[in-house]
Design a protein around this ligand. Structure first.
Ligand code: VG1
Ligand code: CO
Length: 542
């Protein structure tokens, strides 16, 4: 029985960089999740007879909202829903399922790297039929719908038992519960040389993968331990938990500190990696080295041809604007296209669909390719392992020879979290006000050569996205970027991205303080960070 329930709009359901994210108590207000889901059903196109993929990262509240989403899909005339067993699907696996099954789209329940639990974060995002995050035109339409919504539809019957793989019916709708790992693992076997990796592991290559109590545990166990023969215990924190073991499932030096300590310590394995809450980010480490995400993107792009799925080479590379220019140097040397997009994977979709680029990446530990339309943590791990297996070099050797060939882009991101919103917005506004007069200004030894507020015109559909971050470039090419996060749930998060290019191999072993110290101090001077936010230090440096 379909029930129509009266509701009133919430004013704060505008999707951010990657869907709608709020604290669980906020999301669990009566009708809050229902309104947003109904707005998705109302504002998106679903041809008759089409299916919808539904899954999430398993965080607190996931189980409840999954069941509601299935009942609402049935009430909204969706012919078929494809759901990950126990409601679990990593973001890249959901993207793959949408593509494999030719679904009209997917609903992914995740707040990614944000902490979970009763007081943690929750999120919902919509992906379109190419498997990628909805572009701004679609998220704008969903937001518009949330402002005028007056009712939602749900069936009275309960959703089926999500632990049982198989097909059942809910009203007119077919509900198929699928193994969340199988199709994804098969895709990885098609892209990478599993035999070579298996042989390298059997021959003594040692590794650890930290799933951070999040969704990648079952994927990593199946792929790394079962299919590639890595010993039991290779996957750390491999059982997904609703609150991620009380931590932040964010693969960086702060939240993955135990893994970092292991790789930098005396008993380090050859290779280490971690992924985030929903499995789309990756952190890459080697014995004695943490690979900066921007460098990882460049190394993967330069060496992708060593993996069977990319043996014919790559068409081009796209990176988000704040990501370092390391990938640009690879593209220039190889004579392939390079594209600079705003932050967020949704901006890569058109370029991938049009075949302009094969590999994409972001400084926030996101790398991926045209195999799906999301960034993909385990994909990056497997491409690294494939490169290690074929080249027979260590992670540190690969990174150092990469710098020797292409130059080194020293890079760091500073995050100031839960800053007063008005103060953060004032800081950005003040920067924007001063942009026109900035060129030519001197800060210590640094002279500003150009300054702007990044805007992007999509080369495929012509859509324009403005105000995507303030860029200040100095003569010599060093750069400081300021932007506000679009994924936080409390106050504002200010992100400051600092970069300096160094072509001279004799200067590739500087400490970050030596390489970037002056730029960091300049960022504070230009941005008035301490003065406006009251923060003398960032919360996280990555
Ligand atoms: C952050 C990252 C961005 C990433 C986004 C979603 O956005 O900077 O690169 O695409 O998170 O990733 P923001 O607006 O907070 O800077 V995930 O793994 O949270 O889905
Ligand atoms: Co994520």
């Amino acid at each position: 029985m379909i029930r129509t329930v009266a509701t009133t709009p919430f004013s704060d359901q505008k999707p951010g960089t990657s869907g709608l994210r709020k604290k669980v108590p906020h999301f669990s207000q009566p009708n809050y999740a229902e309104n947003f889901l109904q707005a998705i059903f109302d504002a998106t196109e679903r041809p008759a007879g089409s299916s919808l993929v539904i899954g999430g990262d398993g965080r607190f509240f996931n189980a409840e909202v999954i069941r509601k989403a299935i009942r609402m899909a049935a009430a909204n005339g969706v012919a078929k829903v494809i759901v990950g067993q126990n409601g679990l699907l990593s973001t890249p696996a959901a993207s793959n399922l949408i593509r494999q099954r030719k679904a009209a789209g997917g609903i992914i329940l995740s707040a990614s790297h944000n902490p979970g639990g009763p007081d943690g974060d929750f999120g919902i995002k919509y992906n379109i039929s190419n498997g990628g995050p909805a572009p701004e035109g679609v998220t704008d339409a969903i937001y518009k719908r949330t402002r005028e919504i007056s009712e939602y539809k749900i069936v009275d019957e309960d959703a089926p038992d999500l632990s049982v793989i198989g097909t059942s019916r809910l009203g007119e709708t077919e509900v198929e519960i699928v193994d969340p790992v199988a199709d994804y693992a098969t895709l990885m076997e098609e892209l990478f040389d599993f035999a070579a990796i298996r042989e390298a592991i059997a021959g003594g290559l040692t590794l650890r993968f930290d799933a951070m109590h999040a969704v990648t545990g079952p994927y990593a166990k199946e792929i790394l331990e079962k299919r590639l023969g890595a010993p039991d215990g290779t996957v750390l924190n491999g059982v997904p938990s609703e609150d991620f073991g009380g931590g932040h499932p964010d693969p960086n030096v702060v939240w993955a500190a135990p893994l970092v300590d292991l790789l930098l310590g005396p008993t380090a394995p050859d290779f280490g990696a971690a992924s985030d809450g929903d499995g789309d980010r990756n952190m890459i480490l080697g014995r004695g080295i943490v690979v900066t995400p921007s460098d990882s993107l460049a190394v993967l792009a330069a060496n992708a041809h060593l993996a069977p799925g990319y043996k014919r080479g790559i068409a081009g590379i796209a990176r988000s604007m704040p990501t370092s220019g390391a990938a640009d140097r690879v593209a220039q040397k190889r004579g392939i296209g390079i594209y600079e997009t705003p932050t967020g994977w949704k901006f890569f979709g058109n370029l991938l669909d049009a075949g302009k680029v094969t590999i994409c990446g972001e400084e926030s530990a996101g790398t991926g390719s045209d195999h799906v339309r999301e960034k993909d943590g385990l994909w990056a791990v497997l491409l690294w392992l494939n490169i290690l297996a074929v080249s027979k070099e260590s992670v540190a050797e690969i990174v150092k020879s990469h710098w020797a060939e292409f130059g080194r882009n020293y890079y760091q991101r500073h995050d100031y979290e839960e800053v007063d919103k008005a103060a953060a917005e004032g800081l950005m506004e003040s920067l924007r006000d001063r942009l026109a007069s900035m060129a030519g200004q001197r800060f210590g030894t640094l002279v500003v050569s150009e300054a702007d507020d990044f805007s992007y015109k999509d080369p495929i559909d012509g859509s324009v996205s403005t105000s995507q971050g303030v860029r200040i470039v100095f003569s010599g090419g060093s750069r400081i970027v300021f932007r506000l996060s679009g994924t936080g749930t409390v106050g504002a998060t200010l992100r400051v991205y600092i970069e300096r290019f160094e072509p001279d191999p004799a200067k590739h072993d500087l400490s970050i303080e030596e390489a970037l110290g002056e730029l960091v101090r300049t960022a504070d001077a230009i941005g008035e960070i301490t003065k406006r936010t009251g923060r003398a230090e960032p919360d996280v440096r990555t």
